[in-house]
Write a protein that binds this ligand. Structure first.
Ligand SMILES: *[C@@H]1O[C@H](CO)[C@@H](O)[C@H](O)[C@H]1NC(C)=O
Length: 433
């Protein structure tokens, strides 16, 4: 019998690492699916320096034989490589590597994205490839997460992995997440697979589209006004529940674990085009794959649910659950009485925050420290959309969703998760259990 996988997850402590860990190590008496998990990130866990789900902190305490957390500076190659050199408790190397590292913050200087996103991913992939050279066959899977920071404005279009038009980054963090794929994709022999997710929502701290719309609904119910969103109800908002994102990442890892990179490329390779961003130069980043080198082919899966979500489909669910009206401002011209969009947003944000503050301080019990905020991120306002086709994931990975669509059950489960974390404001605005 072969040993169960030794899994190493880099980054994602504030994203999907806790959820994936809890899936791979289900509560007793269920057998763990893995032999050991080492999670490596820049944060401290004791005391936590980022929001970490309680169930995960408990598992770290209770299942020390199975889970290890290491705080490591991911921009230091020797520190990353030591994580590979230190064997798992069963005396074997780590076999399944999951890389969810990268910078999300929207307004950092370009060097920060180069170091924290491209270079970190490259240090991890090089260390992984070097273990593969030292111990042939020892890396079964190396999964890199890609985030939905691409321009998908067309209301009809759903981009497949192989469509170069779907790979145009929409901002500077997105450029370097994108270029990180190309850089690590160029390393020979690594059993790499890219999972490109839609907007994640659900269990965990994901302040993205669907979550924000849900919280805004509570705000509008509180102030008793119609909620209105920008652009068309048809704007695509492909999304995925975080439980399924973790599941899809693991499924992709299992899929490539029996294939060589060449075989995986033949089945699911996608040519990842250059970002063509001006900041991608050999002066800025000697390790970047320049546009002149063309595309880099990598096995890639879009991870989006089966619902083909749009602003309209998401708001219809939220509107039903909270019993409020949600409309659309079809165009940003002529309806703001001469105000510029930025000013309108600022005014709206002030109203939202004041109402939110009332909700969380008058809740029973009050939850003034909740990390939940109905903050309108630029991505919620942008006309970019996120239109991804998930057929390949369904056909090749045959992943079965727990949440095939964002629906009332998905909202209820999310709110109940927030309740279990003690961060949900209990009010008479939403009383279901
Ligand atoms: C991480 O390492 C890099 C390079 O070795 C260094 O420049 C940076 O200051 C370190 N960061 C922290 C938080 O220690």
């Amino acid at each position: 019998m072969t040993a169960k996988p030794n899994v190493m997850i880099f980054g994602g402590l504030a994203l999907m690492a806790p959820i994936l860990t809890l899936q791979l190590i289900p509560p007793l008496p269920a057998e763990p699916l893995i032999s050991h998990i080492r999670i490596v990130d820049k944060y401290l866990v004791d005391p936590p320096t980022t929001r970490i789900p309680k169930a995960f902190l408990k598992a770290l305490q209770d299942r020390k034989d199975l889970i290890e957390y290491r705080q490591v500076n991911l921009t230091t190659p020797s520190a990353v490589s030591k994580c590979f050199m230190d064997l798992a408790p069963n005396g074997l190397p780590y076999t399944h590597i999951i890389d969810a590292t990268g910078e999300f913050h929207p307004t950092r200087p370009v060097e920060v994205y180069i170091q924290n996103t491209l270079c970190a991913a490259l240090h991890i992939a090089r260390a992984s490839a070097s273990q593969m050279e030292r111990i042939p066959g020892s890396i079964k899977a190396h999964v890199r997460l890609a985030i939905p920071w691409y321009k998908h404005p067309g209301i009809e279009k759903r981009y497949k992995e192989t469509d170069p038009e779907g790979w145009k980054p929409k901002n500077m963090p997105g450029v370097w997440w994108h270029e990180s794929l190309r850089a690590i994709g160029s390393i020979k022999g690594l059993p790499l697979v890219v999972v490109r997710c839609g907007f994640p929502y659900g269990e965990g701290y994901f302040p993205f589209e669907v979550t924000t719309i849900t919280l805004l609904a509570l705000v509008y119910k509180h102030i008793g006004r119609e909620m209105r969103l920008l652009w068309s109800p048809n704007l695509p908002k492909s999304c995925i529940n975080t439980y399924d994102l973790a599941g899809a990442v693991w499924k992709a890892a299992e899929w490539i674990s029996t294939l060589s990179r060449e075989e995986a490329d033949a089945i699911a390779g996608a040519p990842i085009p250059p970002s063509y961003d001006d900041s991608v130069t050999s002066e800025n980043c000697p390790d970047a794959i320049l546009a002149s080198a063309g595309s880099v082919t990598i096995p890639t899966f879009n991870a989006v649910d089966e619902s083909d979500a749009t602003q309209g489909s998401v708001t219809a669910v939220v509107s039903r659950v909270f019993g409020i009206e949600i409309g659309f401002l079809e165009s940003s011209t002529g309806i703001f009485e001469g105000k510029v969009l930025g000013q309108v947003i600022q005014e709206a944000t002030e109203v939202h925050m004041m109402a939110w503050n009332e909700i969380i301080t008058n809740a029973n019990p009050p939850v003034p420290d909740t990390p939940l905020l109905p903050y309108i991120s630029p991505s919620l306002l942008a006309h970019d959309g996120c239109g991804m086709d998930g057929e390949r994931m369904r056909k090749i990975l045959k992943y079965e969703f727990r949440y095939p669509r964002f629906d009332e059950r998905a909202i209820r489960d999310y709110i109940n998760w927030c309740r279990s974390e003690g961060i949900w404001p209990e009010t008479d605005l939403y009383t279901s259990s």
